[in-house]
Write a protein that binds this ligand. Structure first.
Ligand code: TRH
Length: 388
């Protein structure tokens, strides 16, 4: 990386709406901009407690701290005058402090102001990616859309990620050690499944069918919103990390919420990953294993269009029966419907779905990653000139 780049300052603003996706995405991006593009990055976060779950080193009381080369700033309710950076990213359409917007407008050379949008596989994203949005005084804002197709901003993917993942997956010893560190003792011949999801009325039917299966399943459930449904099915209250319960062929184990890097390793170990939201959804794709997506629910069911858009892309290249099986499973899960028949049908196509998951991962990795695309967008907008 050219040294001069380190003089470029980027500010990323993250308002935590709920859950962990907002901070999950911005923290990942901030680190990558520092380590792979030698940029100076400040990450402004309004909820450091959510951040702490993914990165336990976070001091939730500090107004300013450095983590992995990123300057983490508490986004205060009462904004203090601050110089604006060369590039300003408002994550997920969050509203910047008005004092900061004035600082942007006061710069001799206006900053590049971007709205980093939510991930969607819908076609319209290609047409809107990179377009100008609103203006504040002299400062123009642009839309920046992550995505799966050419013409979008791509997906977050650190350099060397797939090589690291493959090495790990090729080493039973590394996996055993990692799982052991989490207190997981994988039973011989058991399929390993991770379950990270929102509340879901379809869960009981899926657990039921796994318990009755001829193949043993070891289900790993990080502490979170789905735990209530697991408790109801087991008939046990107060499940917490460390709990292990066996029902016939199914072993259910509750895991602590681990740091982001460890969660990646967990996904890499599992034969099948149930994920949700945005960031875990992408990480499961980089794991190269079949997955199940619990999409974040939106008003007027617009999330269902997003689900279908992704399924259309993802299932290209699958045989018709495998495509129907996996699509049926995803639709049932997102509707909270009975999963049993869909799970059994999906299992019939396992080898094809496994091959396909790896192929999809490799295909996606052909695109420039999101951090690189952002830097390129900046270079294009500034005519490849180093900012003053
Ligand atoms: O938590 P999510 O549901 O997040 C979001 C938010 O709800 C957001 O408002 C919404 O817009 C978005 O979904 C679509 O799911 P997501 O995106 O997968 O974020 C979870 C993060 O938590 C991700 O970075 C992975 C991380 N994680 C860990 O670090 N450790 C863990 O043990 C687990 C289970 C997850």
């Amino acid at each position: 990386m050219p040294q001069m780049k380190s003089r470029w300052r980027w500010d990323i603003f993250c308002a935590v709406v709920d859950n962990f996706g907002d901070i999950g995405v911005t923290w990942r991006l901030a680190r990558q901009l520092v380590t792979e593009h030698s940029l100076q990055v400040r990450l402004w976060v309004d909820d450091l407690r959510a951040f702490e779950r993914l990165c336990p080193e976070i001091d939730t009381h500090a107004a300013q701290q450095w983590q992995e080369g990123v300057e983490v700033r508490q986004w205060p309710a009462d904004w203090l005058p601050t110089d604006a950076a060369d590039v300003v990213i408002a994550a997920f359409a969050c509203q910047l402090p008005s004092g900061y917007m004035d600082a942007m407008a006061a710069r001799e050379k206006p900053p590049l102001w971007l709205n980093l949008d939510y991930l969607s596989a819908e076609d319209w994203v290609i047409g809107c990616h990179g377009l100008p949005s609103v203006k504040y005084k002299s400062v123009q804002k642009y839309f920046f859309f992550p995505g799966f197709q050419k013409g979008t901003g791509g997906l977050l993917r650190e350099s060397g990620l797939l090589e690291r993942r493959r090495q790990f997956q090729q080493s039973p010893e590394a996996q055993r050690k990692f799982l052991q560190g989490l207190g997981i003792d994988r039973a011989q011949g058991a399929q390993l499944i991770s379950l990270f999801a929102y509340e879901n009325t379809g869960l009981a039917s899926w657990l039921e069918v796994m318990a009755a299966d001829s193949i043993p399943t070891h289900l790993l459930v990080p502490e979170g919103r789905i735990l209530g449904d697991v408790e109801r099915w087991l008939g046990i209250d107060g499940l917490a990390a460390g709990a292990v319960h066996v029902r016939d062929a199914l072993t259910v184990q509750v895991l602590p919420f681990v740091r982001q890097e460890q969660y990646d390793h967990l996904l890499w170990c599992c034969d099948f990953n149930a994920v949700r939201g945005e960031d875990s959804f992408v990480r499961a794709q980089w794991a190269g294993r079949p997955l199940l997506w619990h999409i974040y629910r939106q008003d007027e069911d617009i999330h269902l269009d997003k689900l279908e858009a992704f399924l259309t892309l993802y299932t290209k290249g699958l045989s018709a029966p495998a495509r129907e099986a996996i699509s049926g499973l995803w639709r049932a899960w997102n509707a909270g419907h009975d999963m049993s028949g869909h799970w059994l049908t999906t299992r019939k196509h396992w080898p094809e779905l496994q091959k396909h998951a790896e192929a999809w991962c490799l295909e996606q990795a052909l695109q420039a990653d999101l951090a690189a695309a952002l830097v390129q967008f900046y270079l294009n907008q500034t005519g490849n000139e180093e900012p003053q």
